[in-house]
Design a protein around this ligand. Sequence first.
Ligand SMILES: CC(C)(COP(=O)(O)OP(=O)(O)OC[C@H]1O[C@@H](n2cnc3c(N)ncnc32)[C@H](O)[C@@H]1OP(=O)(O)O)[C@@H](O)C(=O)NCCC(=O)NCCS
Length: 173
Amino acid sequence: MTSRPLERSDIRDDFDCGDPSFNDFLRRYAGQNQFRNYVGVTYVAIDERHAVRAYATVSASSLDLSGLPEEDRRGLPDYPLPVLRLARLAVDLRHQGLGLGRALVRDLMLLALEQRRRVGCVGLLVDALATRVSFYEQLGFVALDTVSGGPNSRTRYRALFLSTRKIERATGA
Ligand SMILES: CC(C)(COP(=O)(O)OP(=O)(O)OC[C@H]1O[C@@H](n2cnc3c(N)ncnc32)[C@H](O)[C@@H]1OP(=O)(O)O)[C@@H](O)C(=O)NCCC(=O)NCCS
């Protein structure tokens, strides 16, 4: 299944990934972020009714590479560099475990390479729920030292990074 940017008419109401905050984001905020405020784009995999089965929200961002392994920093300047940031990824419960989440991340790896060619991009940065770190590590991401979400935050996120150099080597694109 291929993904494409969310369209206004896509059906979002019955999406349920099991996490209310991810469901709520798709229903209430993904559209306004993309169509009105231009702060992020949500890529979706849809079914034949154009109902969303899986989504991933990305935006352009920048990253201070000092927390990265030496091989990812080699030869790069030491000021914040452009990255593609994956802020949210979710798959509907009825379609989890079928490879959709992994396929969406693979699409975003190719998007990071396209961004690299067009405007510059050194990698894909993910804010992952701490319990989902292994999902991204399987795809080649490395965990950064940074943990977002303060001591009072209910959910702790972990930042992970995959360089466009590694994506290029892995995909041959
Ligand atoms: C996490 C999530 C996106 C995975 O999507 P998915 O389509 O079910 O995953 P896939 O079928 O592509 O699985 C790819 C691999 O990741 C593994 N995986 C799936 N869910 C995982 C999880 N929650 N934690 C760790 N690994 C997981 C699978 O076992 C599979 O590995 P395998 O091929 O070796 O068996 C999905 O379960 C989801 O939407 N969960 C609720 C919202 C959420 O947690 N979002 C992520 C926030 S960072």
